[in-house]
Design a protein around this ligand. Structure first.
Ligand code: GLN
Length: 251
């Protein structure tokens, strides 16, 4: 529930960021919660603290949130949260417009768009933070993904979805797929970028294998909160190894 704070027992001499995880019960599959753990650990290594807040259905939206994270979920989970999500939509839109960094994966990525028309024929309205829409299909798109991007270099992850997402003019793709499918079976795009929001189909979780995306989120949050960010280089050799191994696998 909101206010359920878990503070990392680490050095936080440079200050602390408040990271909000949306709907951890319904929207958290394939290890997506690992994204929050990566953010907390990278902050700790650099002398910053993290307060992990969880937002569940019916909670009061917490104040002073620096970073917002949402994970994947099955269509059934998306149906469960849809009304509550509409209730907090104005707050999420205000955060996005204000520049709060956000990372939304798969099921939550779909709901940050305008609509998800499920394979079952139900329209789940999105919150319109991202200019995109999703249509459920009969095929599940499953496997390892490699995408290229100018902003973050090569992006590695794992996809498992039946919804196919089509980008409008108001967003850029996060990357271009060179292995796997990404947003849809037609245009090789993967994910979406707008303001400081990153949307992606990629689980894994995403951030352990993609420190460039993690550091973008942290730098943006810290600069907004503290005016600067000490982004001391970290030993990312394990992430590099994981990327190499994942990249060498067939889809
Ligand atoms: N239910 C959505 C789909 O299958 C999202 C699945 C997910 O988050 N992995 O398209």
């Amino acid at each position: 529930s909101a206010g359920a704070l878990t503070s990392a027992a680490t050095d936080s001499s440079k200050g602390s960021l408040r990271i909000l995880q949306l709907y951890p019960r319904e929207m958290n599959i394939y290890g997506d919660y690992g994204n929050v753990l990566v953010l907390r650990q990278r902050l700790a290594w650099r002398g910053y603290g993290a307060e992990i807040l969880e937002y569940d259905i019916g909670d009061t939206f917490p104040d002073d949130v620096d970073l917002i994270i949402g994970g994947g979920g099955q269509d059934s989970g998306q149906l469960v949260i849809q009304d509550d999500l509409q209730a907090i939509a104005p707050t999420l839109r205000a955060h996005a417009d204000d520049g709060t960094p956000m990372l939304v994966i798969c099921g939550m990525y779909q709901l940050f768009g305008t609509v998800f028309r499920t394979h079952g024929g139900t329209d789940i309205p999105g919150i319109g933070v991202l200019d995109l829409e999703t249509r459920g299909g009969s095929d599940r798109l499953i496997g390892n993904v490699v995408a290229t991007s100018e902003e973050f270099g090569e992006i590695h992850g794992y996809e498992n979805h039946s919804g196919q997402t089509f980008l409008g003019d108001g967003v850029l793709p996060l990357g271009t797929v060179v292995k796997g499918v990404g947003n849809n079976a037609e245009d090789s795009s993967e994910g979406a970028r707008s303001r400081n929001v990153v949307g992606s189909y990629l689980h894994g979780s995403l951030l352990p294998k993609n420190p460039a995306i993690a550091d973008f989120l942290l730098r943006t949050a810290a600069e907004r909160r503290f005016g600067s960010f000490d982004d001391t280089g970290l030993d990312d050799s394990l992430a590099e190894l994981a990327r190499k191994q994942a990249g060498a696998r067939p889809r």
